[in-house]
Design a protein around this ligand. Structure first.
Ligand code: ADP
Ligand code: MG
Length: 695
């Protein structure tokens, strides 16, 4: 068997391959672009394209594609083959620098939220040299950005790269003030932990709701769920282990650092975490990971569910975005330092994050808003829709001491001097892990836990990078002009703590009392649904900040708001239609058949004239008949609500929230009740128990 070290990254045109296959000058130029994000010298494109093609062809590739991430949230590709006719009637394999740098997919059917009128349907894709090209099947995939002809970003990668640049710009200003002269670039890193469910294909095929919407719209809770907590970190079943093994193998070949995997809380739920990498690459890799998870599952007769809430009453799936800031020398700026001076720098970056999260709570909430994730946030399994920060006791004590000017008593209870130039030295605290916080400091990184399992991680990192860039800009503007740097620094840290301590909460985020305190006492935002939060993307403060840093134009923001709301409305509409159809065409008829069967039994008992008791059947028949009537009535009501949808997309999203979701729940209630009293052989679908314990 081949060793992992031998095949890891074998399908990636990575630094090793570049070094070996590119002329020295070309390699150096490209490497500089990748390492420091400098502009690519267009002169090198032909040489890179040629080396890329030769490498890909040697690995059996016949096609290439510009691989991009349109606003649908999934990835897109259009394949072209390398072949080009040769004069002797054969073909040669060709790929030019021009084809590498720019592509023109027919993009008219990707959502643009009004950014691109359909008559000018073309968009173009532009090579992102900072993310390595890779081979999938027989296709060379070239990570690209996707823009309209007017230059507006139609994808998630472009704003992500812009936000990384914005943060880089501002962080470098700060580092210079601290005397770090050698740092050439600062970037953010992310390690996303990905949750998912695995069920058998057989079960999946029998559920129209899973097939059409990715989640079950009906189903009573199984007698055994996650009460016993016996699945969490439990032994991995052989079939799942085989799946994970092949998944790892595939991911490793693509240079994806899949590291840990374990069972999650719910039955059939699992998690995969990679080793962290630069945000841009982590984002590409997470998209690829989700795609490959589904592909490998199919090979094993399984289906990988990435929906945030596939089963009601069972834990949903999230994604944890572990995020840090580091320099090109590998120094993590969110790691407490060795000296008080390093700690001062750390505290400033920490404050920048605290301020950013407080000032832009709404933006963070918006980045995780989808119809699917709305089912999780605030339920007793995922952090609430209220954004707050967990710091841990020790760090909290440090901040309190700075705010009040009291001496800080370190963990080992030695008093520390808190002077102007002596910000405290403290130990890093990695032990305290508050799992209920939406945004937790975990020693040297922040973990944003509100993401749904299907979300692209691009969105939250765009906002996080931008908001932190804004804090750093404000700090740099002030500090660069300060007469006495250290006094100004200390004052600024103190002021940030004072102004933003409301966002810090170290208690239990699942507690109802917290939501009350957060909203009533602290004035934190609580946007419960996508319809509630999305329009705030266009609040003036958000537009001002995001345009000032060159991350989004106003038009781009308007388009995104429109697309996200449209997506919300469409998703729920499809679910509602699926429910109506299932209820009318399968559930009601099944209940009816069972009722008939019971009635036949009653009639036969009567015919025997033996005075047999048929109270049981009669009671059931009565309840089932009532339920069938209710099912029909509630299906009609739901259908009416869907037909009544009209107006702007914002109006429709409110109608979804206020009228449709409630009626879906109403319809579900009677159907689930019917399931509990209908004989299993009559029920048209596998039950939750069948599905969750199918693998
Ligand atoms: P948990 O206890 O939440 O599982 P881990 O320490 O296992 O935490 O890390 C979870 C994720 O955080 C992994 O994907 C890991 O690579 C990532 N991670 C670790 N350090 C950093 C860092 N400095 N920046 C970004 N991500 C990181
Ligand atoms: Mg985690």
């Amino acid at each position: 068997m081949q060793k992992v070290q031998e095949y890891f990254g074998s399908r990636v045109f990575d630094d090793r391959v570049m070094k070996a296959s590119l002329p020295a000058g070309v390699y150096k130029s490209l490497h500089r672009t990748i390492e420091r994000g400098t502009r690519l010298d267009p002169g090198v494109a032909d040489a890179v394209a040629s080396a890329m093609k030769d490498w890909a062809v040697s690995k059996g590739a016949t096609h290439y594609t510009h691989w991009f991430q349109p606003l649908t949230g999934v990835t897109a590709e259009k394949h072209d083959s390398f072949i080009s006719p040769s004069p002797d009637g054969g073909v040669i394999m060709e790929f030019s620098g021009k084809e590498l740098i720019k592509g023109e997919p027919d993009a008219s059917s990707f959502p643009s939220g009004g950014l691109r009128a359909t008559f000018e349907a073309r968009g173009y894709t532009a090579w992102d040299p900072t993310s390595y090209a890779f081979i999938k099947g027989k296709t060379l995939c070239i990570p690209t950005a996707f823009c309209s002809y007017g230059g507006e970003a139609l994808d998630k990668k472009t704003p992500l790269l812009r936000s990384m640049e914005a943060l880089n710009r501002q962080a470098l200003r700060i580092l210079k003030l601290f005397g770090n002269k050698d740092v050439r670039c600062v970037r953010t890193c992310v390690g996303p932990e990905q949750e998912y469910f695995l069920i058998t294909r057989e079960m999946y095929d029998k559920r129209p709701d899973l097939r059409f919407t990715g989640r079950t719209l009906f189903g009573k809770k199984p007698p055994k769920g996650q009460e016993m907590d016996d699945h969490y970190f439990g032994v991995i079943k052989p079939r799942v282990a085989a799946y994970m093994e092949e998944l790892n193998d595939e991911l490793w070949r693509l240079g994806i650092l899949a590291k840990t995997e374990h069972n999650e809380v719910a039955p059939a739920q699992h998690e995969l975490a990679p080793i962290y990498s630069t945000t841009n690459i982590a984002t590409d890799h997470n998209q690829l990971t989700m795609e490959i998870m589904q592909k490998v599952a199919a090979k094993h007769g399984l289906v990988c569910l990435l929906h945030e809430k596939p089963f009601d009453g069972v834990n949903g799936s999230g994604k944890h975005n572990n995020w840090s800031i580091s320099t090109d020398a590998g120094v993590n700026l969110l790691s407490p330092g060795e000296t008080p001076y390093e700690n001062a720098q750390f505290l400033l970056f920490l404050c920048a994050v605290i301020k950013a999260v407080d000032d832009y709570q709404d933006l963070l909430r918006i980045t995780v808003a989808t119809a699917g994730n709305d089912h999780r946030l605030g339920a007793n399994e995922a952090p609430p829709a209220v954004v707050s920060i967990f710091l841990g006791d020790e760090l909290n004590a440090v901040l309190e001491a700075i705010e009040t000017g009291e001496p800080y008593m370190g963990a080992e209870k030695t008093q520390m001097k808190l002077g102007v130039d002596v910000l405290p030295k403290f130990n890093r605290d990695t032990t305290d892990r508050n799992r209920t916080s939406p945004f937790a400091f975990t020693g040297n990184k922040f973990e944003f836990r509100m993401l749904g399992s299907a979300n692209s991680i691009a969105c939250c990192n765009i906002m996080l990078n931008s908001a932190v860039a804004e804090s750093l800009k404000i700090y740099a503007d002030r500090l660069e002009g300060a007469e006495d740097f250290e006094t100004a620094l200390h004052e600024m840290i103190r002021k940030t703590i004072k102004d933003h301590k409301n966002i810090i909460f170290n208690g239990n985020g699942y507690d109802d009392a917290w939501i009350k305190e957060a909203t009533e006492k602290r004035g934190l935002l609580n946007y419960r649904t996508t319809a509630d939060c999305m329009p705030h993307l266009l609040d003036e403060k958000n537009v001002t900040m995001l345009t000032a840093h060159g991350v989004y134009s106003r038009a781009e923001l308007e388009s995104r708001c429109e697309i996200m709301l449209e997506n919300y409305v469409k998703t729920v509409t499809i679910e509602a239609n699926t429910m109506v159809s299932m209820a009318r065409r399968q559930i009601a008829p099944a209940v009816e058949s069972y009722t008939m069967k019971l009635m036949e039994g009653i009639a036969q008992k009567k015919a025997l004239d033996m005075g047999l008791d048929s109270g049981y059947e009669t009671g059931l028949v009565k309840e089932l008949s009532t339920l069938t009537g209710e099912i029909a009535r509630r299906a009609d009501l739901l259908e009416e609500a869907v037909s009544a949808l009209s107006g702007t997309v914002e109006e429709q999203s409110c109608a979804v929230r206020d009228a449709i979701l409630g009626r879906m729940e109403e319809l579900r209630k009677v159907c689930d009740r019917a399931e509990t009293i209908t004989a299993k052989e009559f029920w048209p679908y596998p039950s939750y128990g069948d599905i969750l314990f199918s693998v």
